[in-house]
Design a protein around this ligand. Structure first.
Ligand code: A2P
Length: 284
């Protein structure tokens, strides 16, 4: 049976746990530290942070302390961070990576992502900016200090700006929640063997109140959060739910012992958008 630790292959030969833990908006140092510890204690082995979250240091400390306390090897935990959108371009990306490594004090990261693309909407040289950023990412990857590189919030036209370069992104982390499957980008990624991760998989909690999902929760004897996360998993998308509450951390991970029917999957696919953030990579 699949579980929190089940790994799926990335296009570079490495692998990634199929379910992760998101840390956006957990800024308070002790809350960040404690909630990552809780996630690890409850079996999560894939932790997602970013320079922008201002918690890289506390997230990394929690991982290191958990490893020491439980004799867990570094290889058993998958750690992601990201370069923020003000740091795009070759030199700035290299410098941002050094800053992240200084914050996190880890020998390596499992995945490093470009958090947001440059877009035609606010950068007349957007294609070149994306290519220069990606050149730096490839250099970081080749140094061996990250095991894989990828992008976040890249839609198909942003992916097109770098897809012909030497290394193809291993991952695209985009917003996905019911009503907001971003099918064009998901299909593009599938075709190129780019793994899709979902940020805001529960629509920051906004996606939890929907009559169809409530009916499905009753039908399967699950919570709405579990129905949503199961829907993402069955789409081969890696969800990164965030919670600071231990009961919900456990609840969210308890999605490996039931399956949604094809019909119910389609009905969730067809929900009208309602829980998404409204953030677009083509807005400044
Ligand atoms: P909390 O941290 O208090 O549990 P997303 O992962 O889509 O960004 O959503 C995160 C938001 O959803 C947080 O506000 C979190 O609150 C809440 N949340 C996470 N898991 C659940 C759950 N199982 N049931 C209800 N709310 C949840």
């Amino acid at each position: 049976m699949e579980s929190l630790t089940t790994k799926i292959a990335l296009n570079n030969g490495n692998s990634i746990p199929m379910f992760g833990y998101g840390t956006y908006k957990i800024k308070d140092p002790s809350e960040a530290y404690n909630s990552v510890k809780l996630a690890l204690k409850n079996g999560y082995r894939h932790i997602d942070t970013a320079a922008f979250y201002e918690n890289e240091k506390y997230v990394a400390n929690a991982i290191k302390d958990f490893m020491a306390e439980t004799h867990t090897n570094r290889e058993e935990i998958f750690v992601t961070s990201k370069v923020w959108k003000t740091e795009l371009g070759y030199d700035k990306t290299l410098a941002a990576f050094e800053k992240t490594m200084k914050e996190m004090q880890m020998d390596y990261l499992d995945l490093y992502l470009v958090h947001w693309p440059a877009s035609y909407a606010f950068d007349e040289n957007w294609k070149d900016t994306n290519r220069q950023t990606w050149k730096a990412m490839m250099e970081i990857y080749k140094s061996g200090r990250v095991k894989a590189i990828g992008v976040s919030n890249f839609l198909t036209h942003h992916l097109d700006t770098i897809i012909d370069m030497e290394v193809i992104p291993a991952v695209d982390q985009i917003e996905i929640n019911p009503g907001f499957l971003q099918k064009d980008t998901v299909d593009y990624c599938k075709e190129k063997d780019i793994l899709v991760e979902a940020w805001s998989p529960l629509g920051r909690g906004k996606s939890l109140a929907h009559p169809l999902l409530e009916a499905l929760a009753a039908k399967y004897g699950r919570t709405v959060a579990q129905i949503i996360l199961r829907w993402e998993i069955q789409h081969d998308i890696v969800p990164l739910p965030k919670s600071v509450n231990e009961n919900r951390i456990i609840e969210n991970a308890n999605v490996f012992d039931f399956e949604l029917s094809d019909e119910d999957m389609s009905s969730i696919d067809d929900i009208e958008p309602y829980g998404n953030s409204g953030h677009s990579p083509d807005q400044p």
